[in-house]
Design a protein. Structure first.
Length: 373
């Protein structure tokens, strides 16, 4: 297995075995001579958009404040102690999307997004912990990181940001452009800008089991079929008319226990759930509609690729794209799996694809889910 500079010369197998979900890893020059993909002015412009999730954290005069975007204006770049956080930059910028794809040695079902944090001198969001794994890539300037395996997760009360009350770091390190720090979930950390800086955070999805359970129950409501109606032919007179009888509870419980689900149901739910775009995501359909023959003519010359915002997964015969699911015929599965894994198809793949796949690609193109290479 190939060793990756991105992982400090470790193979992906070594990283997953020794560090993933276990302990931090500091990687000097994970991406040598890395340059920021966006200027601070471009980030400010993104923070002004209503289709981009952004936050502003300030620590002026020892007072923490949190505001949510969009922002018509950010504080002056010359002013210390403020941070703007731009979520999901990979959804809006090709370079950020390409950078996030470098982390696809981990499953797409776990990979979430790329967030950019811009901070002026001394800026940060305070000592905290995240519920997910994260890679912190320094893109511009320097940032001091203080980290520790905190067990006391008590938060300071009354603040708009979640700050650890009794933070006790065990390590300190300064990251420069190209350096990267991996942190497992719930590992306490505090990043402080040393001068102006930008940090790129590649984060991962860790939905709570409560969230998954609620989602699965909602999914089941669309597929559950329980025949018949409640009946009690042996009903007896009662002297307590307001009481719910034991027989009624038993009959209803017996009916509800007929609800069954298999691993396939879980797989379909997860595929739809994990490929569903976030509520803030909207797709850009082509300005002009393209006929199927014209689309195929272009696709057979240029190939296609998934749009930045598209999430595509598969499991066995089931294919999931942007929350939709369907069963792929054996003749179609090879092309669809390749599209999901490589996030694109070459002209030769288009020519060899079945008519069903070619028609699906055209429909997805019209919806803005795929684009021509």
């Amino acid at each position: 297995m190939k060793k990756l500079t991105l992982l400090g010369g470790l193979t992906t197998q070594q990283f997953l075995r020794d560090y993933w979900h276990k302990k931090p890893l500091l990687i000097r020059q994970a991406i040598p001579q890395f340059k920021p993909l966006l200027t601070r002015e471009e980030l400010a412009a993104m923070a002004a958009r209503d289709d981009v999730e952004s936050r502003l954290v300030t620590h002026f005069g020892a007072r923490w404040q949190l505001k949510k975007g969009p922002f018509d204006q950010l504080p002056p770049f010359s002013k210390k102690a403020w941070t703007t956080l731009i979520q999901g930059v990979n959804l809006h910028h090709d370079g950020a999307d390409a950078l996030m794809q470098q982390f696809r040695f981990l499953p797409d079902a776990r990979l979430d997004d790329l967030m950019i944090s811009y901070a002026t001198d001394t800026g940060g969001v305070g000592p905290h912990f995240d519920a997910y794994d994260v890679f912190l890539l320094q893109a511009h300037g320097k940032r001091l990181w203080r980290i520790g395996p905190q067990t006391d997760m008590t938060l300071v009360e009354g603040l708009p940001v979640k700050i650890l009350k009794n933070f006790k770091p065990e390590q300190e390190m300064v990251l420069e452009p190209g350096d990267m720090l991996y942190l497992p979930p719930h590992y306490a950390h505090d990043g402080i800008a040393v001068g102006e800086c930008m940090t790129y955070s590649i984060g991962f999805r860790t939905p709570s089991f409560q969230e998954l359970g609620e989602g699965f129950l909602q999914y089941l409501t669309e597929s559950v079929e329980l025949d018949g109606h409640y009946a009690d032919p042996d009903l007896a007179p009662t002297s307590k008319p307001a009481e719910i009888g034991s027989d009624m509870i038993t009959r209803v419980a017996t009916a509800i226990r007929k609800i069954r689900f298999a691993d396939d149901d879980i797989a379909i739910f997860l595929g739809e759930y994990l490929s569903e775009p976030k509520p803030s995501v909207f797709f850009d359909a082509p300005v002009r509609s393209t006929s199927l023959p014209r689309f195929l003519e272009r696709a057979e010359k240029r190939g296609v690729k998934l749009a930045r915002k598209t999430r595509m997964l598969y499991r066995g015969r089931h294919v999931f794209i942007n929350g939709d699911s369907f069963v792929a015929a054996s003749a179609d599965r090879r092309a669809l799996v390749k599209l999901a894994d490589r996030r694109g198809l070459d002209p030769e793949d288009i020519k060899a694809a079945s008519e069903d796949v070619r028609e699906a690609l055209h429909a997805w193109h019209e919806d803005g889910w795929i684009v021509l290479q």
